[in-house]
Ligand binder design. Structure first.
Ligand SMILES: *[C@@H]1O[C@H](CO)[C@@H](O)[C@H](O)[C@H]1NC(C)=O
Ligand SMILES: *[C@@H]1O[C@H](CO)[C@@H](O)[C@H](O)[C@H]1NC(C)=O
Ligand SMILES: *[C@@H]1O[C@H](CO)[C@@H](O)[C@H](O)[C@H]1NC(C)=O
Ligand SMILES: *[C@@H]1O[C@H](CO)[C@@H](O)[C@H](O)[C@H]1NC(C)=O
Ligand SMILES: *[C@@H]1O[C@H](CO)[C@@H](O)[C@H](O)[C@H]1NC(C)=O
Ligand SMILES: *[C@@H]1O[C@H](CO)[C@@H](O)[C@H](O)[C@H]1NC(C)=O
Ligand SMILES: *[C@@H]1O[C@H](CO)[C@@H](O)[C@H](O)[C@H]1NC(C)=O
Length: 639
């Protein structure tokens, strides 16, 4: 009861009136467990119905008129064997605006003539993983050429794999003729057989075909002969083509070392459309066994229809080719713009394998081992990119490079983006000044990269507009030798990606944001001895100067004081002389032999001079016996 109550409330919330709920209640669905109403998406345009049992859908079930506004309907199962849906004729009569009908995780789907009736606006029919939906049952729903007249996308990934397998022959192809079907996904289907003749002629709107991982039960009754070309086809996914257990095992999937036969590259035999935007040839053997492709003599590539091979993007990933030692001579121009050879574990590529693809602008070689080639065949590696004069993007991430030979990119003047992340470079490996157009250089996650003086000068030599990614490297900032690097990083901050999180490990093993302070600290560490010596010299000089100044000042003060004292004493003496306190300013004692000389030359002159200083008429010089008072103590007579 509780469940039913919440069920009704939710229906109310979602503005579904009672009709749908009642009908659902009356259907074979036991106790309303079948549809999980919680998942009925509340937006009117897109509805998910989660199904938990086998449910018979009829037009009476969707009796409310709200369904006419729904554009996307997903019937979502639980991937188990216990659930499935029957779509009675006219079930979707009320879904006049439905554009997408998708089955997700519903293995059992049964269709009837008229199941799709009324879906005049349906663009997308996704029956992927409906493994128990048989081919004839599927076809029965297409009553006439006017069933699903707007269908553009048909997704049949694994459809019908458990029973009545599909056949991709004339009948199927005709479905693609009267409808504007642009996208067909047949990936991982197990089909009875195929005939590319009618498919090529009827699929006139086909743009995208996914046949990756497709298996063919009756290969002997299948035909590869394309009667028509499909000029509309733009994208073809042929990945895992040779993984098919029903076909003969394709030769290069078997052997570890395979010699390629000379007709390997006859494209007309391999029915590849030669004018595509993208072709996917990933993991062609469907396993992870490594293999070498070797040819003892050069291979000639003949071209179908005698034209140019124009494949804009070619993906050849996860094929585990570790050695590609073939020489290819193309008879016609091969135009490939993007070539993706990632995740192959490539250790060697013969430079002549790809030398006719001079049009290449993007070359992706991530997750290989080309570091091996640099170690053992450096001169071959040096030539590897020489033909690609238009190359703009080169991705060499995660290739175990420790270095690159000089001159590797001499011919790649157009190179704009160079990815070298995740390698083990110990040095900035080459002179970057060659790459005048470089805009982005990715050196991230190169833990061993030593940005020393020579490395930094190489980085300095590159174009000013280049942005660098140096993240993931542990920069040290504990020793003097780190100073140059930290200074350089600060100076080039503007061209470093993720510059706001440039960090380094300091002497306390802490992670520090690289900043002016760090630079100053390192500068101090570098010049510490000079700092100390300078400090000592400065201190000694300062002390000496200070002492000298103090001594001079003291000396001068003392001299000044003596001078003042003398002046004071003289003034005192003068005053005493003037007021008669002292009778004489001087006494002259002499030998009587010198009397004449003393009298005329000394006494007279002294008198004269003293009178200039002392304002007094009396005699100021005590001369000889005249002024000695007999009987007086001699000490009292001395001034
Ligand atoms: C569904 O059926 C049960 C009895 O089987 C009934 O009690 C319940 O009211 C019905 N719910 C609705 C929404 O009609
Ligand atoms: C769906 O089925 C599972 C297992 O069969 C069950 O546990 C679950 O409660 C069911 N959900 C609903 C909404 O009935
Ligand atoms: C449906 O279209 C196919 C292919 O154009 C045609 O061969 C066939 O006669 C058409 N069927 C009807 C009933 O018009
Ligand atoms: C083709 O289908 C496979 C399997 O569904 C899918 O993984 C792959 O991405 C598809 N290819 C493209 C180009 O979408
Ligand atoms: C080949 O396939 C066609 C179409 O399904 C069928 O009529 C024919 O009998 C098959 N032949 C063999 C040898 O299986
Ligand atoms: C392929 O490259 C070789 C060697 O450079 C050259 O002789 C040959 O003409 C090229 N083929 C085409 C079609 O350009
Ligand atoms: C950090 O780098 C961006 C570009 O990646 C640049 O615009 C910005 O000015 C740089 N910041 C500093 C502080 O240099």
């Amino acid at each position: 009861m509780k469940q039913i109550a919440s069920f009704v409330i939710l229906l109310f919330v979602h503005n579904l009136n009672g009709c749908f709920a009642n009908r659902l209640n009356n259907s074979e669905c036991e106790n309303n467990h079948c549809i999980d109403i919680r998942y009925l998406t509340p937006t009117k345009e897109s509805v998910d119905i989660h199904i938990n049992c086998s449910l018979h859908f009829t037009k009476d079930l969707f009796c409310d008129n709200i369904w006419s506004t729904v554009t996307i309907l997903r019937l979502v199962g639980n991937w188990g064997n216990g659930n499935g849906v029957d779509l009675e004729s006219n079930t979707f009569e009320g879904f006049g605006h439905l554009e997408e009908l998708r089955f997700v995780g519903v293995r059992f789907v049964t269709l009837y003539p008229g199941s799709f009736r009324g879906l005049d606006n349906l663009r997308v029919l996704d029956l992927s993983n409906c493994v128990n939906l048989g081919y004839n049952n599927f076809l029965s729903a297409f009553e006439s050429n006017s069933t699903l007249p707007s269908l553009q996308e048909l997704n049949l990934h694994m459809t019908g794999n458990r029973g009545d397998n599909f056949e991709i022959r004339e009948r199927f192809a005709k479905l693609l003729y009267s409808r504007p079907v642009r996208v067909v996904d047949l990936s991982d289907m197990i089909i009875k057989g195929y005939d590319l003749g009618p498919v090529s002629c009827y699929a006139r709107y086909l743009e995208f075909l996914n046949i990756s991982g497709i298996s063919v039960l009756n290969l002997a009754n299948s035909s590869n002969i394309m009667v028509c070309r499909i000029p509309s086809l733009k994208i073809l996914d042929k990945s895992r083509s040779f993984a098919d257990k029903n076909t003969f095992i394709y030769f290069w999937c078997v052997n570890e070392k395979t010699s390629i036969t000379t007709d390997f590259l006859h494209l007309d035999k391999n029915y590849v459309n030669v004018n595509l935007d993208a072709i996917y040839l990933d993991n062609m053997c469907g396993n992870t066994r490594t293999r070498n492709l070797v040819a003892s003599s050069p291979l000639e590539m003949r071209c179908p229809f005698g034209s140019t091979v124009h494949l804009k993007n070619v993906y050849f990933r996860r094929n585990y080719v570790s050695v590609l030692d073939i020489e290819v001579y193309s008879k016609c121009p091969v135009i490939i713009e993007l070539l993706d050879l990632s995740e192959n574990g490539l250790q060697y590529i013969n430079p002549k394998a790809l030398w006719n693809i001079t049009s290449l602008t993007q070359f992706l070689l991530t997750d290989n081992s080309l570091g091996e080639m640099v170690s053992f065949h450096p001169e071959q590696f040096q030539k590897l990119f020489a033909q690609f004069k238009r190359l703009e993007t080169l991705d060499l991430s995660r290739n175990k490079f420790t270095t690159l030979p000089d001159g590797t990119f001499t011919n790649n003047r157009q190179l704009k983006r160079l990815y070298l992340s995740g390698n083990v470079f110990e040095q900035v490996p080459f002179t970057l000044s060659e790459l005048t157009n470089l805009e982005y250089l990715d050196f991230s996650d190169n833990l061993l990269l030593e940005l020393d003086v020579s490395g930094l000068s190489k980085l300095d030599s590159m174009s000013i507009d280049t942005h660098m990614d140096l993240t993931g490297r542990t920069v040290q900032c504990s020793k003097c030798k780190d100073y140059g690097r930290v200074k350089w990083l600060l100076e080039h901050k503007a061209s470093i990606i993720a510059n706001s999180s440039l960090t380094c490990v300091n002497s306390k093993e802490d992670v520090d944001l690289i900043s002016k302070t760090v630079e100053e600290n390192l500068h101090y560490i570098c010049y510490r001895n000079i700092y100390i010596r300078n400090n000592i010299i400065f201190s000694v000089v300062a002390i000496v100067c200070l002492s000298t100044i103090v001594i001079v000042v003291i000396f001068r003060i003392r001299r000044q004081r003596n001078v003042y004292r003398q002046i004071r004493r003289r003034q005192q003496t003068l005053r005493r002389l003037e007021n008669g306190e002292l009778q004489f300013a001087a006494f002259i004692l002499y030998s009587s032999k010198d009397e004449d000389f003393m009298r005329t030359c000394v006494y007279a002159k002294l008198e004269e001079h003293l009178h200039l200083k002392v304002d007094s008429e009396r005699e100021l010089v005590g001369f000889g016996d005249r002024h000695f008072k007999i009987g007086h103590c001699i000490m009292n007579e001395v001034i």
